[in-house]
Design a protein around this ligand. Sequence first.
Ligand code: NDP
Length: 483
Amino acid sequence: MELKNYIAGEFKESLSGEWLDVEEPATGRKYAKVPLSNAEDVEMAVESARSARGQWGDLSFEERSDWLTRIADGLELRREEIASLESRDTGKPITLARNVDAERSISNFRFFAEMLKNHRGEEFEMSDAMNYVSSKPVGVGALITPWNLPLYLLSWKVAPAIGMGNTVICKPSELTPMTANLLMEVIDEIGLPAGVVNLVHGDGGGAGSRLVGHPGVDLVSFTGGTATGAEVARTAAPQFKKISLELGGKNASIVFGDCDLDATVKGVTRSAFLNQGQVCLCGSRVLVERSIYEDFKHEFVQSVEDLRIGDPASEDTELGAIISRGHLEKVEGYVALSIKEGGVCLTGGPGSSVSMEDRLKGGNWMRPVVVEGLPVDSRCSTEEIFGPMVTIHPFDGEEMAIEIANNTRYGLAGSVWTTDLEKGRRVAENMRTGMVWVNTWLHRDLRTPFGGVKDSGVGREGGKWSLGFFSEPLNVCIKDNSD
Ligand code: NDP
């Protein structure tokens, strides 16, 4: 299968004539080709988005809301196809792709369609004048997304961006391009005006960085690694582009002695290993109050060992494959480092490979790993690993838990597990992160702000925060001098 770019309402071959192979993580087999777009492709896409700006920006919020609903309806008809493409492209279990990726991609469009219908500017009365604030489009947006939640994250940007009247160019990860292509097919089928949404495939260093640096791009919404985010900021900031950076995380799950043990073990296991630990919000550092450390550890390790690793296409698989051979090697490198840093693998670890059969033999497989005994400031306990490996640490009391949780350059998310909700609140308030869950994890209300502090990013997306980022407020102050 050879994918194409989508520019000015047409599927177009890249002018570069060069391709990148797309591999299936579960088998290691190449199964598609994606264009390695060059500077001319990027130029065409920017030109297309710039030409479409005026008319699209002039539509009313209601009209654009209708378009978002039409996209959601188009995706809905292909719900199962989204799930199976996402599962094949990323190696994640089909049930996860169905219940999270397909579900959220569709609901992102419906959610923002609804928000737009109710969008009203604010007014501020003065004693002798009045102000009203209206939201104007920013212009052309570059939307750059990673491989772990491909359509979920792309739709989270496309919907509010075009909803607020911008036109966009999408650049999905070269590793997982399939559902971005499907979104373009839907957009094409429903007849969205040409140029409102464009897609340029290719590598980050090429197509991605050219988009970020292009003077015709007015805003950049980027989700990905912290090092790449810094590079994006270096290029975009001096041009005063609007930038939103959703970056990495090293999130703590804080387990108190008074927690509901069964529910907590279940919740912490899910938060550690969902999507093979490849979610920016995953709780990769498990901090446990010393009074229940041994009991919790025993139950937790058992629960991790019970996770069924297998073919992502199979309905009962709970852990699929790692995205790429390179990423698998990176995670295995951290497992080896954890031993050097003084850790002990309670389950998984060097040498405990997964033997898969037949077509899955060449895939990127590893057992989940739980490491104890590491200093809380070791590299494995503080750096983002982004795979099926967690560290577990005992603590004494709230203060120590908070201190360990904050002892990292990241500040994206965290969770607190306790039956004392006052304590849960108190601890949450003192965690230097953008989001904290108490007795739950990844429980999302799309109206709430999503994003992190410190090296986890700049800005927030979600609900009114997305609408704010993807628009420019215009304040008009009116004084009536007619009398
Ligand atoms: P990367 O930073 O490697 O890539 C993210 C995207 O940026 C990809 O589309 C990539 O293209 C592109 N890219 C790479 N280099 C550049 C560049 N110089 N200029 C512009 N674009 C570029 O991240 P991963 O894809 O490896 O994703 C994993 C990371 O994403 C983790 O750190 C994770 O925590 C983070 N993440 C954060 C989330 C959040 O909301 N905070 C959510 C999900 C993930 P290509 O892949 O084609 O090279």
